[in-house]
Design a protein around this ligand. Structure first.
Ligand SMILES: [Zn+2]
Length: 124
C-alpha cells in the first residue's frame, strides 16, 4: 500500500509516516492545507477538509506560517479579505496581489512555497 498523499491544493504528493485509519485529517507539509482522507486503499486519496471559506484560508495561512516559522505582518487581515473575495469571484483562494487566477497562484502561491519569504523578506 502506498503511503503517498496527493494534495489537491498545491498539487504535490507527500509521504505519511504513520498508519491511517481512513477518517483522518492531515496537514499538507508543503502548503499547510488541512486535508480529509477519503480512502486509504488501493491508494490514499484526500480532499480539502470541508469547512467555511474563512476558516479554511485562515487555518491554511496559519499552518503554512507555523510550518515555515514565518510571522504575519500588519496586512494579514486585508490579505485574508482579498483572498476571500478572490474565492468568491473566481472559485479559489488565488493571491489577491497577483493578476492571474491560475493554480500556481493559489495561496500560498508557488513562489512563496519556493521560499520567496526567505529571499525577499515577505510573500508577494
Ligand atoms: Zn498542499
Amino acid at each position: 500500500m502506498s503511503n503517498r498523499v496527493f494534495c489537491p491544493v498545491c498539487l504535490v504528493s507527500f509521504i505519511i509516516k504513520y498508519p491511517l485509519k481512513g477518517k483522518d485529517t492531515v496537514l499538507c507539509p508543503v502548503c499547510g492545507a488541512k486535508l480529509e482522507i477519503t480512502a486509504v486503499s488501493p491508494e490514499i486519496t484526500a480532499r480539502r477538509f470541508p469547512q467555511a471559506p474563512e476558516a479554511e484560508i485562515r487555518e491554511r495561512a496559519e499552518n503554512f506560517a507555523r510550518l515555515r516559522d514565518y510571522v504575519f505582518n500588519e496586512d494579514k487581515d486585508s490579505v485574508i479579505e482579498g483572498l476571500l473575495q478572490k474565492n468568491e469571484a473566481h472559485g479559489d483562494f488565488f493571491c489577491p496581489c497577483k493578476f492571474d487566477n491560475i493554480p500556481e497562484n493559489i495561496c500560498p502561491c508557488l513562489e512563496t512555497r519556493r521560499n520567496r519569504v526567505i529571499k525577499e523578506g515577505m510573500c508577494f
